[in-house]
Structures are given as structure tokens and as C-alpha cells.
Design a protein around this ligand. Sequence first.
Ligand SMILES: NC(=O)c1ccc[n+]([C@@H]2O[C@H](COP(=O)([O-])OP(=O)(O)OC[C@H]3O[C@@H](n4cnc5c(N)ncnc54)[C@H](OP(=O)(O)O)[C@@H]3O)[C@@H](O)[C@H]2O)c1
Length: 294
Amino acid sequence: MKYFTLNDGNQIPANGFGTFRIPNTQKCVDSVTQAINAGYRLIDDTAEIYGNEEAVGIGINNSYVSKDELFITSKLWVNHYGYEKASKSIDDILKRLNTDYLDLLLLHQPFGDYYGAWRAMEDAQKQGKILSIVVSNFTTRNLIDLDAFNKVKLVINQIEINPWRQEHDSINNLNNLDVQVESWSPFAEGSNNLFHNSVLKKIAKKYNKTIAQIILRWEFQLGIVSLCKSVHFNRINENFNIYDFNLDNLDMKNISNLNKNYGSTEKIGGKLSDDDSENIIKYLNVANNLSTNI
Ligand SMILES: NC(=O)c1ccc[n+]([C@@H]2O[C@H](COP(=O)([O-])OP(=O)(O)OC[C@H]3O[C@@H](n4cnc5c(N)ncnc54)[C@H](OP(=O)(O)O)[C@@H]3O)[C@@H](O)[C@H]2O)c1
């Protein structure tokens, strides 16, 4: 496993296993155990909103790796923002995951009283309940604002990045701010025939790898932590084996040229500029509907 070093000195595995859309069932338990046994050390996206924290906790306990070798991430959902609610939520997450501490806790979205939630996270960090506190789906503007008026410097922003949605500007900004980029949905959920794209197919053939491995390797070479999900044991193994080859500059560029600036984030109105009221309303409706699950 390769690691990247965060600006707070902690180290993060370069390739993580995501558990979104694996329901709270034996499937989730088995996939997490399989991923850890295959070599993954970063388990991401056990998140309040996904309702799978208990299953992830059991999957971790069933693996042969001890918890202190793992890097466990969860996220606070928007209806638990504000200092009091977030403090309680952090304790509930630890209980559900059956752990004393988290390696990472993220603010899932930049809506509502995320300032209050951030301060609860700062206090939980002081109490040893969380090692690094970070954010997800923040624009650079959200991120600079939060950073400027709080004590703990941001170390990671988790955003959607895949060949269709490459976020070149955000990545530049985050690199300049020394904030580690983490990518969700690296395969764009397979949309637009990603796994049959002719450019990716040609590159995969050249290196004798699969399209999934090419994409994860491309993100690794860009210095991005990728989070991929699968419920199939062969794919879980395949997606971890990306460290024995190197994409050349031309292939890196050919993948960059696939960018369409469009992904799931846009589909649900998540990429919001300051005057984008129509999309903000659309997004909050999605967020409120999801909140009824927890
Ligand atoms: N922060 C956020 O707001 C946010 C939002 C969305 C996702 N995430 C994180 O990102 C992680 C991944 O995102 P995602 O699940 O939406 O999408 P994804 O990783 O882009 O795609 C997952 C899809 O790809 C398939 N797949 C995986 N490996 C494959 C392979 N080697 N060959 C062919 N197909 C393969 C999976 O199918 P099978 O399972 O059937 O193999 C699944 O249908 C999530 O688990 C979560 O941790 C975060």
C-alpha cells in the first residue's frame, strides 16, 4: 500500500474502499472484510446517511487486520450540524462502528450550521475521538471561509473526480492550499459507458490492465486518494492492484482530454456557484429527502 502525507502529519492510504450503496447487510460485512484482507487499509464512507456503519464495524472486526492498522472514515450528515447535535452524533458514530476513535471525520456537505459542527469536530479531535477533521463537496470558497475562521487547518476535501468530471481548477486550488484531494465515484458509477470507452480500452490494452485499474492509477499519479466500491471479490482485488505499472505522460494527457465537466454532482445540483439559487433549491430538496433515512 502507498500512502500520502497530510498537512497535519498524518498519513493516508492512497487507495481506499468505499461502502456507499452497499446496504446494511451481510453483503456489506463481507465486502469490507474481503477488502481489508485484499490489502485495503482505508475504509471510507461509512456515513450516517448511508446507514451501514454497524455492518462496516462488523466487517472490520471479522478481518485479520487490527483496527490500529486501518484508516477509518465517517461523515456527518447535514441534519446533525450545529455544535450540540454534531457532538452527540460523533459519539453515536463511534458506538455504531464499535471503535474508540476515527481516523477521519468529514462534513458531508457545506449546508446548514457547518461552523457549529466543525467546532464540535475540533473539540472531539482534542479529546482523541478523531485524528483528522476534514470536509467533502466543499467549493474552494466554502473551504477558505471555514479555514479562515476556525482553529484547525483543513487537510482533505473529498469531491467527485473521474474521467468525465475532472475538476482541474479545484485540484489546482486544493494543491496550492496544501489540502489533499480525495475522489469519490472514480468510475463515475460506470455511466456513459465508462468501462467500454475506446480511449481507456486502448490504454488498458497497452499496459495489460483493466480500465478500472487505469483510472485508479491515473488518480494515484495525480496525487489523489481514490475511493472505489465493489461488491464483487474479483473486482475488489483488481481495484487494489494498481502499483506495479506507470502511465506515461501521453496516456495521462489522453485521459485528461476525456473531461466533460459533468458528473453525479451536477445531476443532483451539487456544484453550486454563489448565484445558483435554482440548483441550491434542487440540492437541498435532495438533501432533505435523504435526511429522512436517518
Ligand atoms: N462524499 C460524497 O458525497 C460521496 C458521494 C458518492 C460516493 N462517495 C464515495 O465514493 C465511493 C465510490 O463511489 P460510487 O460507488 O458512487 O461509484 P464508483 O466507485 O464510481 O462506481 C461503482 C460502480 O462501479 C462498479 N465497479 C467497481 N469496480 C469495478 C471494476 N473493476 N470493473 C467494473 N465495474 C466495477 C461497481 O459495481 P459492483 O459493486 O457490482 O462491482 C459499481 O457499480 C463510495 O462508496 C463512497 O465511499 C462519496
